[in-house]
Design a binder for this molecule. Structure first.
Ligand SMILES: Cc1cc2nc3c(=O)[nH]c(=O)nc-3n(C[C@H](O)[C@H](O)[C@H](O)COP(=O)(O)O)c2cc1C
Length: 404
């Protein structure tokens, strides 16, 4: 009896703000936090995962050092990577109680089509670097859980094979090329394969300074050439979307690209055009002016310029500028249902995840990606129930506030 009473008293003290403000209380809080961070527990199956970071731990342990570096890298000192996460901490939730949330729906509309969840799979190139089945495993998971998959044009698999595995059209993402014929060949191929949405990525035209990638590559003692070539001119051979394009390294100098590129796209294909990599109100206005069908707010997961600004902060000014005229998609740093909810409340129509699903892929292949999607959907549903929003349409700015 005495022991139970003592334990209860200690529990009470631990939760007491009074004690927390003393140095003993601080010590207690610090010890608790380090205990939470300490274990690098490696889950043995997707079912064990408590959040997406469990997949990160496994991915880090199974991937070759250089490949993990390619996945993890930001730019410069990774300031934008950190800013992406920090931006979520500056937004709080405003739950509304006593709403009947016995039924929660994640379905929403994008380009006139009903989708089961606002969570999309962002384009991530070269997925065979993370799992032998690469984008095919991702496609099977997207099919199993019915999510929109965006396929990169630097994918390890062809759009035809990925579409077959997905069992439905995927969105096609294009890195522009300065030689128009290269881009045009890929665009027509994607359209012929059935892609109805084109995502044009515009945030790497000036390159990026990926220091962490270089550090990890330097630390990897394996011979890269034993598995794949490091010769840039042979790089295209491992990217099926470049087959028959006659591409050369020089085609990647897109520093002269302007908004006129959208006209060329529209003259060539009838796909919806989404512009990915927008982070300012000015460029959001240009997207609308030049006829884009959607704006995709992204800082490439902190892998483009070292702006030091979180994507969620960019989202706000883009949403204000677009004013509902075209849909807004966002990515960069999303790891939890709460993060996704905050972006939806700010006015995003859909949220893409990048590294989170690649951690699942690297750790367990298709079942890993499936579990990541299942968890994020469940987390988002829980936040919606907590704040009293029963559908995506019911989520609004009144559900969030700014930490002052
Ligand atoms: C390893 C890796 C490869 C990527 N490849 C592409 C790509 O081929 N095309 C593209 O538009 N974005 C690419 N991205 C950026 C993602 O589409 C997305 O913007 C980013 O991953 C979102 O941030 P997050 O990883 O923090 O979720 C890549 C990101 C990573 C991590």
């Amino acid at each position: 009896m005495e022991t139970i009473a003592r334990r209860k008293f200690l529990q009470f003290l631990a939760a007491s703000p009074l004690l927390m403000s003393t140095s003993a209380g601080r010590l207690f809080a610090e010890e608790t936090l380090s205990a939470i961070r300490l274990p690098d527990y490696l889950i043995k199956s997707p079912a064990e995962a408590l959040d997406v970071f469990d997949f990160h731990n496994v991915a880090r342990s199974v991937l070759p050092t250089a490949h993990y570096g390619y996945l993890a890298t930001g730019t410069d000192g990774n300031e934008t990577l950190a800013a992406n996460r920090a931006a979520f901490d500056r937004v709080y939730l405003r739950p509304m109680r006593m709403v009947d949330t016995s039924s929660i729906s994640l379905t929403t509309d994008l380009f006139g089509e009903r989708i089961d969840s606002p969570i999309l799979l962002a384009p991530v190139g070269t997925q065979k670097a993370f799992h032998p089945e690469g984008e095919i495993a991702t496609a099977r998971a997207a099919r199993a859980r019915n999510h929109v998959q965006i396929l990169s044009n630097v994918a390890s698999h062809s759009i035809e094979d990925v579409m077959e595995a997905r069992g439905a059209p995927v969105w096609f993402q294009l890195y522009p090329t300065s030689k128009w014929a290269t881009a045009k060949t890929m665009l027509l191929r994607a359209q012929d394969a059935g892609a109805r949405v084109l995502v044009l990525t515009v945030d790497l035209n000036a390159g990026s300074n990926r220091v962490l990638l270089g550090q990890f590559a330097r630390a990897d003692e394996r011979d890269c050439n034993a598995c794949h070539t490091k010769d840039p001119s042979a790089w295209f051979d491992s990217k099926p979307m470049y087959t028959g394009t006659g591409a050369s390294v020089a085609d990647f100098d897109t520093s002269g690209m302007t908004w006129a590129y959208l006209d060329r796209l529209r003259e060539t294909v009838s796909m919806k055009i989404v512009v990915k990599g927008i982070v300012t109100a000015e460029d959001a206005a240009s997207c609308v002016r030049y006829g884009a069908d959607a704006v995709y707010v992204s800082n490439h997961g902190g892998r483009a310029e070292a702006s030091g600004r979180g994507a969620l902060d960019s989202l706000r000014e883009v949403v204000d500028t677009v004013g509902g005229r075209i849909p807004v998609v966002v990515d960069s740093g999303f790891r939890r249902g709460t993060d996704i909810f905050k972006a939806l409340a700010m006015g995003a129509d859909a949220v893409s995840i990048g590294r989170a699903y690649i951690w699942g892929l690297a750790a367990f292949g298709q079942p890993g990606v499936e579990k990541v999607l299942e968890m994020l959907n469940a987390e988002l549903s829980m936040v919606m129930a907590q704040v009293g929003a029963r559908s995506i349409a019911e989520i609004g700015p009144h559900h969030i506030g700014d930490v002052s």
